[in-house]
Design a protein around this ligand. Structure first.
Ligand code: SF4
Length: 447
């Protein structure tokens, strides 16, 4: 439980040592909470007042916010290597009520179709920002109604400076819990009331950070917790600076009024989509909660998505595939058998090369705790005494007539030991690089 020591937490517990939490004493439970090894909910006797104090103290310095199915915030560190970043920057596409139907349709199609599968994940844009430029509630309502289905597996942002226009949008899409953008100095009460009534997250927009602080304090005072910050500027340099100031204030100084995720508008800061994307890529790295783009295009979106994936992957947890037998290109009982590790990238590169070769193949994937071949080999996890039991226990022998196993070139030195551990098998050393697998398979014959 962040921010409080075990003793501070202990003072807020009932101190009866009843043991209902599964730990013998309140002090031991407090220590577990402080270490993040227990949930407060496990103690049924904690008072409401203490619960609130503990929850406030344990909330992450950037509060989490949910917009439909999209989640942002919850960040706890300034630099990814300190722990991890939690919520990937949301990528939004803008549609306005001054666009033609064709322009809106094109963006909706791009939003739905520009999806990429990579290392087992679907990479895609997350949100559609619907902006009222005409200021007319009826026109806005129609546009929101047209857009809302496309955003149903992500989130919607409703944009207007008029509370009644936002209200018209909520009428048709309130059940999707859209982000209301934005509460300003002039309309804060009305927009905040709308957010409260409909349980929607709300963005504040200030001319500068001082104004933002006033607004978030005002909204927090009204009981709103799901707040997003727009620091106001549309100059890239200033926006970038604001992001860093906000994040530092929240994390280093625990300054609550700035402890919220942000929304940024590369669409208003550039002359073309490529420039927008470059700005967005900086804001993905340095602390934009959401980036709004004027359009989506595969050539610029894909690299942005991959960059985002890299930055928001937990550096402490290697991405891993499950151990098992993977049939590729419909193998039969004569098809070759390869073995590799379960590091996701290794698996996807190796399986991709095999698939591309069109040669029917069995791929065995050994659990090496997500290490790549060379690292796993060096750590003794891709060794004969790990591979042999796995091969014996897997039912690969029931699927093939031959007994030939191809090991990665980088693990060539284990082939002797492996032959001893698997006496019925012929061990062949495959290529070092996955790129050479297709050529290798073409001349290889299992025997
Ligand atoms: S359930 Fe609560 S009161 Fe009972 S021992 Fe655990 S922390 Fe203390």
């Amino acid at each position: 439980m962040m921010g409080l020591s075990g003793i501070e937490i202990y003072k807020l517990l009932p101190q009866t040592n009843c043991g209902d939490c599964g730990v013998p004493t309140c002090l031991a439970f407090a220590m577990k909470l402080a270490a993040g090894q227990a949930e407060l909910a496990k103690c049924p006797h904690v008072s409401e007042e203490s619960k609130q104090k503990l929850e406030t103290a344990s909330a992450p310095p950037i509060l989490p916010v949910t917009i439909g199915k999209f989640k942002t915030g919850g960040e706890t560190v300034l630099f990814r290597h300190e722990k991890t970043f939690v919520s990937p920057t949301g990528i939004a596409v803008l549609v306005t009520d001054k666009m033609s139907d064709a322009e809106v349709d094109k963006r909706l199609t791009n939003f739905k179709e520009l999806r990429y599968e990579r290392v087992g994940l679907i990479l895609k844009a997350d949100l559609i920002a619907v902006k009222s430029e005409s200021g007319d509630a009826g026109t806005f309502e129609k546009l929101v109604a047209k857009v809302k289905d496309a955003a149903s597996d992500g989130g919607l942002i409703l944009m207007s400076d008029k509370a009644e226009v936002l209200g018209a949008g909520i009428k048709v899409a309130g059940d999707q819990k859209p982000l209301l953008y934005a509460a300003t100095k002039n309309n804060a009460e009305a927009v905040a009331a709308l957010a409260k009534e409909n349980k929607c997250p709300v963005a504040v927009k200030g001319e500068n950070l001082d104004e933002v602080i006033e607004l978030t304090q005002k909204l927090s005072g009204m009981g709103l917790r799901e707040i997003i910050i727009d620091s106001g500027s549309r100059k890239f340099r200033k926006v970038f600076e604001d992001q860093v100031i906000l994040r530092r204030a929240a994390i280093k100084k625990a300054f609550r009024p700035l402890g919220f995720p942000t929304i940024t508008f590369p669409c208003d800061m550039a002359n073309d989509l490529m420039e927008e994307t470059l700005i967005a890529s900086t804001l993905v790295a340095k602390y934009g909660g959401i980036v709004v783009l004027s359009d989506l295009d595969g050539y610029s979106l894909f690299p942005l998505l991959v960059q985002r994936m890299n930055i928001f992957t937990d550096p402490q947890r290697p991405m891993a595939t499950s151990q098992g037998i993977y049939p590729i290109n419909n193998p039969d009982d004569n098809s070759p058998v390869l073995i590799t590790t379960n590091f996701s990238l290794t698996y996807f590169i190796v399986s991709g090369e095999i698939e591309g070769s069109r040669i029917p193949t069995w791929l065995l994937v050994l659990d090496t705790e997500g290490l790549s071949v060379l690292t796993a080999w060096a750590a003794g996890k891709f060794a004969a005494d790990a591979i042999a039991p796995f091969v014996k226990k897997s039912d690969i022998t029931g699927k093939i007539k031959h007994r030939s196993l191809i090991i990665p070139g980088y693990a060539a030195s284990i082939s002797g030991e492996l032959e001893e551990e698997l006496p019925d098998w012929k061990i062949t050393i495959g290529p070092r690089e996955a790129a050479h697998i297709p050529a290798f398979l073409k001349q290889y014959k299992a025997s």
